[in-house]
Design a protein around this ligand. Structure first.
Ligand code: GDP
Length: 365
């Protein structure tokens, strides 16, 4: 049928016939390469040969919340465990803008030049809410991401902080089995995820800034107490003196804390990530700590304590998941919550009822 806008009145404009047969399948979809799925043994073999593609896929399984993925992941982790444990694990924290990515890029590249193999992992508590990670993004560490001996993985994004941290803990096992002898676990210093990171690393590094005028304010005492080393970034240009002053203040503040369990006296250093000044000294400090704690036996003691901690964390996680995914619990939880909200029953009675329902259901199975 002739379109009215093709009439003389609208000359210069031509309306074409529409397409009647709309394609229902995106032709490009066909060309998508199907990912090969591996058996647990193939995964382990690939990881031990340091096949980065296979390692990445295994990490994806670890991060997945699908039951069948977890089955494979747990088998892979178990088989990798005997090949793990031989790395230096370093936790790195600092508020946004402290210079974590710049520093990791430079520090990491320094280690690669020394012949080390580095995995950079992240725990990002913000990803739980925003569904987007602000840490571990490859583009933030440009030099490092081009190194073949570096493996950078953003934070797992799904689940609770505890769940995310556990996945990172498991990823460490895979990276170590793949021959990475240094592991960085980065987290944003806002006071939630530090404990989780502290419980999976040998050395905890706190990045601080000078010249903000409130050096010691806003730093959670707990975080400072966890630090084995405090490094003051941006000690360059006009900032050098301020950084030195801040270092002195931190040293004084550390004296007020009780002695550390390891007997190690935390060190305070100044450096510039951007201008690559003082980086070697940071690594020397880490090495000195490792030597010190290995000699005293604290290094191994801490690792076994961490294993114990993660055993209980896993039990807690699994119990919580099993409870909340139980069909009876899922059915009754909303109703019971309403009863609590309308003051019909107390929170404690409600909790007991839910647990009883759960246990009854388990007993019937
Ligand atoms: P992050 O949020 O902790 O990862 O911090 P970034 O590494 O993204 O750094 C935040 C800002 O500080 C960026 O603009 C960097 O260029 C700058 N920056 C990082 N390290 C240094 C440094 O050593 N000296 C100076 N002057 N600026 C730095």
């Amino acid at each position: 049928m002739e379109h009215p806008e093709n009439s003389e009145q609208y000359k210069g404009l031509k309306v074409n016939q529409g397409v009647t047969d709309v394609p229902t399948v995106n032709p490009y979809l066909k060309r998508r390469i199907q990912r090969k799925s591996y058996t647990p043994s193939e995964f382990v073999e690939g990881i031990l040969k340091r096949n980065i593609t296979i390692l990445s896929q295994a990490v994806t399984l670890v991060e997945s919340s699908k039951y069948e993925h977890q089955q494979i992941a747990q088998e892979v982790i178990e088989k990798c465990l005997p090949h793990s444990g031989r790395s230096v694990r370093i936790g790195i924290t600092g508020v946004p803008g402290a210079g974590k990515s710049t520093s990791i890029d430079v520090f990491g590249t320094h280690l690669i030049r020394e012949g080390r193999k580095l995995a950079v992992l992240a725990i990002d508590p913000s990803s739980e809410r925003s569904k987007g990670s602000i840490l571990g993004d490859k583009t933030r560490m440009e030099t490092l991401s081009r190194e073949k001996n570096a493996f950078i993985r953003p934070s797992p994004s799904a689940g609770s902080l505890g769940g995310v941290a556990r996945k990172t803990r498991e990823t460490i096992v895979l990276c170590e089995a793949a021959g990475f002898d240094t592991v960085f676990v980065e987290t944003v210093g806002v006071g939630q995820s530090e404990t989780a990171v502290h419980s999976m690393v040998d050395f905890f590094l706190l990045i601080q800034l000078a010249g903000t005028g409130d050096e010691l304010q806003g730093i959670k005492r707990g975080i400072m107490e966890m630090a084995d080393g405090i490094i003051i970034n941006k000690a360059d240009g006009d900032n050098v003196e301020k950084a030195k002053l801040a270092a002195a203040q931190f040293r004084n503040a550390l004296h007020l804390f009780p002695p550390t369990e390891s007997g190690w006296v935390p060190k305070v250093l100044t450096y510039s990530g951007y201008y690559n000044i003082g980086i070697k000294e940071i690594w020397d400090m880490v090495c000195e700590y490792i030597r010190f704690t290995k000699e005293s036996g604290y290094f191994d003691y801490k690792r076994t304590e961490q294993s114990k901690y993660w055993m209980y964390e896993s039990i807690n996680d699994t119990l919580r998941d099993t409870f909340y995914h139980n069909p009876v619990v899922e059915k009754m939880l909303g109703f019971t919550e309403k009863q609590v909200l309308s003051n019909e029953i107390s929170s404690f009675v409600a909790a007991k009822r839910m647990i009883d329902l759960f246990l009854d259901d388990l007993a019937k199975r």
